[in-house]
Design a protein around this ligand. Structure first.
Ligand SMILES: CCCCCCCCCCCCCCCCCCCCCCCC(=O)SCCNC(=O)CCNC(=O)[C@H](O)C(C)(C)COP(=O)(O)OP(=O)(O)OC[C@H]1O[C@@H](n2cnc3c(N)ncnc32)[C@H](O)[C@@H]1OP(=O)(O)O
Ligand SMILES: NC(=O)C1=CN([C@@H]2O[C@H](COP(=O)(O)OP(=O)(O)OC[C@H]3O[C@@H](n4cnc5c(N)ncnc54)[C@H](OP(=O)(O)O)[C@@H]3O)[C@@H](O)[C@H]2O)C=CC1
Length: 515
């Protein structure tokens, strides 16, 4: 019997960010392991022309929730979508809904955030700091609340090399930042943003660090815990391997490599690729929820959910395995063959960007124009290069995260809980995981049919032939131009031609003699 699964039985759980990548995996696991939970409240905003109900319907009818429907057939009744926008005062939640949340909530999992690296500071502060503060205020009015679990990121202190499971203060107090966002105009905020974020690479990591400070400062009598996952990747085992449905982190680059857009990337092959599968993050999160509520640690504990110190893998190994998987299982309608390299300095990066990224895009757009179609490849390539420049910071450095609290928690679990809520990253086989990840990208994100693999392989063969043809033509044109301008080239050309002629004459003469 799982103590953790048992704990969530009969509970009312509030999840923010439930429509996001991690939130969905969290909800799925909760329903699957504790089908007798009372209700999961999710704070959802209408989006992309969909109502709340349509959004929930879409999630529950996705492949991710197939197993849930077997163990919890009435899952539709146990999920209660509450209209809310975390950017608004009181989250724009109706009085009636607010009353229900305040009266019944037992556990809060706060996953919502903006994870965009380039978000405007005002927006990032609003969502990652102010909303956290407001949610804590709400939590403090919940008489039944047993635990508040805040999802942060292992990169909130990426300006440090060694990171412990403690909160590192930012120079300017979060309250001052929140206040200043109310009266400063956008232009001034733009001007002070680099000074505020200091040696962090973006507004995301900075505001997540501020969010942690808010959690610490507003803790009051709440039972709080913070989880810091590193780079969350596709699921490892549960509910099935390789599930992923957005392009964040490495996923977008895997797609770009598989489709042949990404041909070189400035990365340090030996740097640790601190990836962590989404199901490991979720298992740790649920274990932390249980531990925080039942054992009520005296202080707010921080749990690193990282892989680097227990089971390291580097970007080089990962990249090779991604490409090896695309050899066996290619993506459909690739632009070029999946073939990419790591570059390690600025000059080679600029060179390969020009030769392998920009030039083919320009040539393809020229072809599109010639055939009366709208050019689009240069725009797409520029976006990819922009994305690469945003991610580069994280693939050229290594960090060390201590994991004492996470390991302590593992030791507190029963063998059954260690199995059902497995967050032991040492058991993960990277090569197998990456292969499943790439397969998952193909099946669940791009929704490509496995039956199309032979055609995809044929397409790659055609691309290879076009590539050879193109290179030969390019060589001949270059050679022709050279001959026209250089006496040395003409002499070499004369020598080759006369040599071939003599060789053929000899061959013809000897074959005539034999007859
Ligand atoms: C030996 C040879 C080896 C060669 C191997 C090659 C194989 C490659 C595989 C392995 C490479 C691994 C690299 C991994 C890099 C990982 C870095 C992760 C860092 C995480 C640190 C922190 C973790 C967290 O806590 S937060 C979660 C992570 N958050 C994000 O990832 C958000 C990042 N995205 C953004 O901030 C924005 O999207 C931005 C700024 C990149 C682009 O914004 P913009 O406004 O320009 O456009 P969008 O509308 O947002 O998107 C435009 C376009 O880009 C696509 N896209 C978005 N994100 C990515 C991405 N990560 N990779 C690729 N493409 C991406 C998006 O879908 C859009 O496409 P459209 O076609 O236009 O719709
Ligand atoms: N993915 C990763 O690699 C990592 C993620 N994390 C952390 O994990 C958490 C979850 O991340 P992830 O699932 O990847 O992120 P997603 O971007 O997939 O999900 C973000 C969620 O927040 C919700 N949200 C955003 N703005 C609002 C708003 N104004 N009102 C209500 N809801 C809102 C989104 O709702 P909607 O669907 O409406 O947009 C969505 O449900 C975040 O706190 C992130 O910092 C930490 C480390 C790594």
């Amino acid at each position: 019997m799982s103590m953790i699964a048992d704990f969530y039985g009969g509970k009312s759980i509030l999840i923010t960010g439930a429509t996001g990548f991690l939130g969905k995996v969290l909800m799925e696991k909760l329903f699957r392991t504790s089908p007798d939970l009372r209700v999961i409240y999710i704070l959802v905003r209408p989006k992309a022309g969909q109502t709340l109900q349509q959004r929930v319907f879409q999630i529950l009818n996705s492949k991710l929730f197939e197993k849930v429907k077997e163990v919890c057939p009435n899952v539709h009744e146990k999920i209660r979508a509450i209209s809310a926008d975390l950017n608004q005062n009181d989250f724009a939640i109706s009085m009636q809904d607010m009353q229900e949340l305040l009266s019944y909530t037992d556990i809060i999992f706060h996953c919502a955030a903006t994870v965009r690296f380039d978000d405007h500071l005002r927006h990032a502060v609003q969502l990652n700091v102010t909303a956290t503060q407001q949610l804590l205020l709400m939590a403090s009015q919940m008489p039944n609340l047993k635990a508040f679990i805040h999802i942060s990121t292992a990169f909130s202190n990426c300006n440090l090399k060694h990171i412990d499971e403690v909160i590192y203060p930012c120079p300017v107090e979060p309250k001052k930042i929140i206040d200043s966002m109310e009266w400063l105009d956008d232009a001034i905020i733009d001007e002070i943003t680099p000074k505020l974020i200091g040696d962090r690479p973006n507004t995301y990591t900075y505001t997540k660090a501020l969010g942690e400070m808010v959690v610490q400062q507003e803790s009051g009598k709440l039972n709080l815990a913070i989880i810091r996952p590193s780079i969350v990747g596709a699921t490892w085992q549960e509910p099935f391997p390789g599930w992923v449905d957005n392009v964040n982190g490495p996923t977008g680059l895997i797609v770009a490599a598989g489709k042949g857009f990404l041909r070189s990337i400035r990365a340090t092959p030996m740097a640790v690729a601190d990836l962590i599968p989404a199901d490991i993050v979720v298992n740790l999160t649920l274990a932390v929820g249980w531990y925080t509520a039942v054992h009520r640690p005296k202080s707010t504990l921080i749990y690193h959910c990282t892989s680097g110190n227990l089971n390291p893998c580097n970007w080089g190994k990962m990249g090779i395995q991604v490409l090896a998987t695309f050899e066996k299982i290619p993506l459909e309608r690739a632009f070029r063959r999946p073939k990419a390299d790591f570059t390690t300095n600025n000059v080679t990066t600029q060179y390969w960007n020009a030769v392998s990224h920009r030039a083919p895009a320009i040539i393809y757009d020229f072809y599109l124009r010639l055939t009366g179609r709208k050019p689009r490849m240069t725009k797409l390539m520029n976006r990819l290069l922009r994305t690469l420049s945003m991610l580069e910071y994280f693939i050229n450095r290594s960090w060390e995260w201590s994991t004492y609290n996470t390991e302590m928690l593992m030791s507190k679990l029963t063998p059954e809980d260690q199995r059902v809520f497995n967050f032991d990253v040492r058991q993960l086989n990277w090569l197998e995981y990456i292969e499943n990840y790439v397969l998952g990208v193909k099946k669940y994100l791009l929704k490509e049919d496995m039956a199309g693999i032979p055609e995809a392989k044929q397409h790659l063969k055609r691309l290879r032939n076009i590539h050879y043809l193109f290179n030969t033509a390019l060589f001949l044109i270059a050679w022709r131009l050279l001959i026209a301008r250089s006496q040395v080239a003409r002499n070499v050309w004369f020598f080759i031609v006369s040599f071939c002629y003599k060789f053929l004459s000899y061959f013809r003469a000897s074959s005539t003699l034999k007859v």
